[in-house]
Design a protein around this ligand. Sequence first.
Ligand SMILES: [Fe+2]
Ligand SMILES: [Fe+2]
Length: 217
Amino acid sequence: MSDPKVRRLSPLDRFLNQADRALRTLSPDTQVHARPSPSLGQADVQMSDEQRQHAAGLMRVNHTGEVMAQALYQGQALTAKLPKIRAEMEHAANEEIDHLAWCEERTRQLGSHTSLLNPLWYGISFGMGATAGLLGDKISLGFVSAVEDQVCGHLEEHLETLPEEDSKSRAIVEQMLEDEAHHSHVALEAGGIRFPAPVKGIMSLVSKAMTKTSYKI
Ligand SMILES: [Fe+2]
Ligand SMILES: [Fe+2]
């Protein structure tokens, strides 16, 4: 039986809620992170312009990835049931807000800006999340796991090419890598299916398009 104290959300309430989340994801300085940035306490070492630009490009890519993670969870929340595991997925979604805020802050510290194409990637990712949600919880959770695995691959690559001097960015990426691997594990444990290689191949085309463009603009 539904709790009479909990007001049912109307379609308009839900639309406004979604619009609020989207605007806050896409506007600078609007996310409150629960955990302090792992970059705190790391030395701010001088880097060449080239190193700084490269690090900023990678952190901009990571930020766009987190924008897409927010959109994915929002899209899924709109269409998926996920009754038993909603709390766990919400925990993951909250950790993504930390990642989003840390990457935004670090990109700015490196003298750059977040990607101009973020609204486009938000829309694409929202659509993919909503579609996965419609296809059922197992597919939806499998999709989360596959996306997280792909993100882990990017983060590992970034750790190979981020300047050694940039211990601040490296600390953020290392913590994100740990969190994303955990998110993938949780989604599979909750019943997500393992996606076949061809589907992962299509997903990696989308992610290549994102990483190539966000690195530059
Ligand atoms: Fe994340
Ligand atoms: Fe994640």
